[in-house]
Design a protein around this ligand. Structure first.
Ligand code: PXP
Length: 262
């Protein structure tokens, strides 16, 4: 499928996920390294937003981090959370710029799949309504599947974030035919989502090696990237890592659409 674009090409935003600064901090307890300090550095390096996932088990980001980020950031906070009553109460207390609803399992190491919107349409429609009423930009983290995208549109989510994990895993494991098939699926589903009036974001597992093909999709308005950049920061520093990612995104956009659109 080659979907017709129904939205103008916008500047591709970069959201930096700082969860794993908190992972390192929590390995020893105490308050070092501070995720807010990393977020402020990322901001200076050109991040358009900061993402933090408050998990039910508080394995990395903690409630006090959200308080600090809300008070200290100049760029918008994208608050990732599961669709639970506890998280809804917290989100409505802080009313961050954006809320991204993700699936969450205690036993998983990271967010392994997308949300099953198609199976939970009614519940999710009711869940996101008060967040939207409170002025939060709600996005739904889903696999690049037609039925999930159509369900996201039906529940009134203005934004979807497409899970790029399968594409990145295939690349890392050298399964290049699978990688290319995943990329094709992400491209087609980005186009479909845009046709349905949804704003498209993408993220999970992105690296310097995998970011450019995704950044070149005209429909994608925002990428959220964390683990790789926090890892890379150990070798080159966070400022340099964020700037390099930004440069690759701009390069991809310029190569695809000409200078000046990034
Ligand atoms: N987007 C969402 C919805 C996520 O859950 C995550 C992981 O927390 C990311 C993006 C970033 O993924 P990664 O840390 O692999 O870059």
């Amino acid at each position: 499928m080659t979907g017709k674009m129904t939205m103008p090409l916008g500047r591709l935003r970069l959201g930096i996920n700082i969860d794993h600064v908190a992972t390192v901090r929590n390995a020893r307890g105490g308050d070092y390294p501070d995720p807010l300090r990393a977020a402020l550095l990322a901001e200076k390096a050109g991040a358009d937003g900061i993402t933090a996932h408050l998990r039910e088990d508080r394995r990395h980001i903690m409630d006090s981090d959200i308080v600090g980020l809300m008070a200290g950031l100049s760029v918008p906070l994208n608050f990732e959370m599961a669709a639970t009553d506890e998280m809804l109460t917290i989100a409505l207390r802080h009313t961050p710029h954006a809320v991204c609803i993700v699936p969450e399992k205690r036993e998983e190491r990271t967010t392994e799949g997308g949300l099953e919107v198609a199976k939970e349409e009614n519940r999710l429609a009711h869940f996101i309504a008060p967040l939207r009423q409170a002025g939060c930009r709600v996005s739904i983290f889903i696999a690049a599947e037609r039925r999930q995208i159509e369900a996201a549109a039906r529940i009134g989510a203005p934004v979807i974030e497409l899970h790029t994990g399968a594409y990145c895993d295939a690349h890392a494991e050298g399964r290049f035919a699978d990688r290319d098939a995943e990329l094709e699926r992400l491209r087609d589903m980005s186009a479909l989502a845009t046709e349905l009036g949804l704003e498209v974001h993408a993220g999970h597992g992105l690296t310097y090696d995998t970011v450019k093909p995704i950044a070149a999709f005209p429909e994608v308005m925002e990428l959220n990237i964390g683990h790789f950049l926090i890892g890379e920061a150990m070798f080159s520093g966070l400022d340099s890592a964020v700037r390099r990612m930004r440069a690759l995104m701009d390069e991809a956009r310029n190569e695809a659409f000409g200078a000046g659109v990034a």
